[in-house]
Design a binder for this molecule. Structure first.
Ligand code: ATM
Length: 232
């Protein structure tokens, strides 16, 4: 079998046709740099949603499956030095597992799924940040997600200096957080470029504000789409 062998179509577990009554669920991803408060905002939002009668599935990347959580431990271990390509492939492996094991079945069952990071993170960190080939990163993303995109991606945008200062104040730094400022500036550019390219599916929230105000911004950005989905 030669190198041009057709790897076949992606597994048919999710519709990639935007007109199709796709997975009846609703899929929201959160992205942003270090120190943007993403994880606390996801937790706050989940609570607010439960108060409003929603029943979200809350997950994260890398992670979201048993194998994915183990891959996460490798990726975030400051003792390990990973090549950018190895890093990309490990994130992709965790994502493939995450989609098949958790996200696609939850959406097919009509659930609301919130994920702390998804495919846009590989574009921002591995393509823009580590400067791997953008088309390759996008093709890999497309393959491992079987074309699945979030209905909405919420970007908590923050200047890198501020994000890193917040992380330093927290005291803990993992391997990626130690990368230099220029890297984080490219990552931010990578997120903003994706948001600009697909404004219908992205909402950019200014994460410089305090936590309560950012939470309100997220709610305002999500509520109309969620109500339309619930009534639809
Ligand atoms: P959190 O910041 O969401 O915990 O993610 C852990 C790291 O994984 C984060 N950087 N730091 N520190 C971003 C990084 N990451 C990637 O580089 N590519 C990816 O595809 C994903 C999902 C995460």
């Amino acid at each position: 079998m030669g190198p041009d062998r057709d790897l076949g179509s992606p597994p048919p577990f999710v519709s990639t046709d935007p007109e199709a009554p796709a997975a009846q669920g609703f899929f929201v991803a959160f992205e942003g740099p270090e120190g943007a408060g993403k994880s606390s905002q996801v937790a706050r939002l989940a609570t607010r949603l439960r108060d409003q009668g929603f029943d979200p599935v809350v997950t994260r990347e890398p992670g979201g499956s048993r194998a994915g959580e183990r891959v996460r431990a490798v990726l975030l271990d400051p003792e390990l030095r990973l090549e950018p390509l190895s890093e990309l492939l490990l994130y992709a492996a965790a994502r493939a597992q995450h989609v098949v094991e958790l996200i696609a079945p939850a959406l097919a069952a009509g659930r609301l799924v919130l994920t702390d990071r998804f495919r846009a993170a590989s574009v921002a960190y591995q393509a823009y940040g580590r400067e791997l080939d953008l088309r390759f990163v996008e093709a890999l993303n497309e393959r491992v997600t079987a074309g699945l995109k979030p209905n909405l991606t919420i970007l908590l945008d923050l200047p890198p200096e501020l994000g890193l200062a917040r992380v330093a104040a927290r005291g803990a730094t993992d391997r990626l957080e130690r990368a230099d400022l220029a890297f984080h500036a490219r990552v931010r550019q990578g997120f903003l470029a994706q948001a600009q390219h697909d404004p219908g599916r992205w909402r950019v929230i200014d994460a410089r504000h305090d936590e309560a105000r950012v939470a309100d911004g997220i709610w305002e950005a999500l509520e109309p789409a969620l109500l339309a989905w619930r009534s639809g």
